[in-house]
Design a protein around this ligand. Structure first.
Ligand SMILES: [Zn+2]
Length: 313
């Protein structure tokens, strides 16, 4: 649930201390960049997608503006527009009771996880890679990859999923599907609160439950999480022997250690790998990668659409 809007980081502050000390904005014209990226994808045997918050924002699942003020007006009125500025900030509001906490999170999950269909950006992305050997690493928790047709066994969602809940203290390594619960809460919510009898409790310790989102040290990494981590590791290893492309989408500097930096390390250490970085404002790429890197800024939805059309030519 990281949101890059309003939390922009000046990438130049990162120039010392990280491996990529030679970041540049490429000055190649957009059309040429799309052509270069398209050629890299065509020639690749394996494609590793890394997707961050920017991908879902570009897809239309924005956390601010009308999607927030329209859907959350009741919450903004109740808790104050000073705190309720967007869905990212709202998620950190210190809700005073469990009824209030689940009142908010059931709404947040409906709006971001259960109600939206697969967005065109994700569907086009699937079209681009579906004939290839591919894998998805994502910090997004909105389930868009699954909705767009990517099989679960090819996705590693490291930070959780808006559709699941866990013990707040992570007392046992299990997560629970909360779709039915959230749909019921959505119907029963009054004045931003859910009825007390709907508040979930941990079936093991009896304590409170929490969203399955990595926000503290209690995040539950269950059996499926570890299986997915293992499959990602295997994919990375096999990629070392193949011609591969790392397709990075909307990964900022909020959590660069999960996708951005490891991807750069892989490309740096393997001459057979290339990096395509799509990023609204931060499409800087290491200069030393030469023509093994394409950094495309601006509207990612447009870039994905253009890549998809080229793929069909
Ligand atoms: Zn527990």
């Amino acid at each position: 649930m990281k949101q890059s809007q309003k939390r922009k980081t000046d990438w130049s502050q990162f120039l010392s201390g990280v491996p990529a000390g030679d970041y540049i904005f490429q000055d190649t014209p957009y059309e040429e960049q799309i052509e270069q990226a398209s050629a890299l994808i065509k020639e690749a045997d394996m494609i590793l997608i890394g997707a961050g918050a920017g991908a879902s924002t570009a897809a239309g699942l924005t956390y601010s503006g009308e999607r927030f003020t329209g859907n959350f007006s009741e919450f903004i009125d109740k808790y104050g527009s000073m705190y309720m500025t967007d869905m990212y900030a709202a998620g950190f509001y210190p809700f005073p009771t469990q009824e209030a906490k689940w009142g908010y999170w059931s709404k947040h999950s409906m709006i971001n996880r259960f109600l939206p269909p697969a967005m065109p950006l994700y569907k086009q992305l699937y079209e681009i890679v579906k004939e290839k050997e591919y894998f998805v690493l994502t910090t997004n928790v909105d389930h868009q990859f699954q909705k767009a047709g990517f099989p679960t066994e090819r996705i590693f969602a490291t930070q959780g999923d808006y559709g699941n809940i866990q013990c707040e203290k992570g007392c046992h390594p299990k997560i629970y599907d909360a779709e039915d619960l959230f749909r019921q809460m959505d119907q029963a919510r009054r004045d931003c609160l859910v009825p007390s009898y709907m508040v979930p409790k941990c079936p093991v310790c009896g304590g409170n439950m929490a969203m399955h989102l990595r926000c503290d040290r209690y995040f539950v990494e269950d059996h499926n999480w570890h299986e997915a981590a293992g499959r990602y590791g295997n994919f990375q290893k096999r990629m070392e022997q193949k011609k591969g492309v790392l397709l990075e989408l909307g990964v900022g500097f909020n959590t660069p250690t999960i996708i951005r930096f490891p991807f750069e390390k892989m490309v740096r250490e393997n001459r057979n790998l290339s990096l395509i970085r799509l990023n609204m404002d931060e499409a800087v790429v290491p200069k030393s990668f030469g023509d093994r890197a394409v950094g495309i800024g601006g509207d990612m939805a447009q870039a994905i659409s253009d890549l998809n059309s080229r793929d069909n030519i």
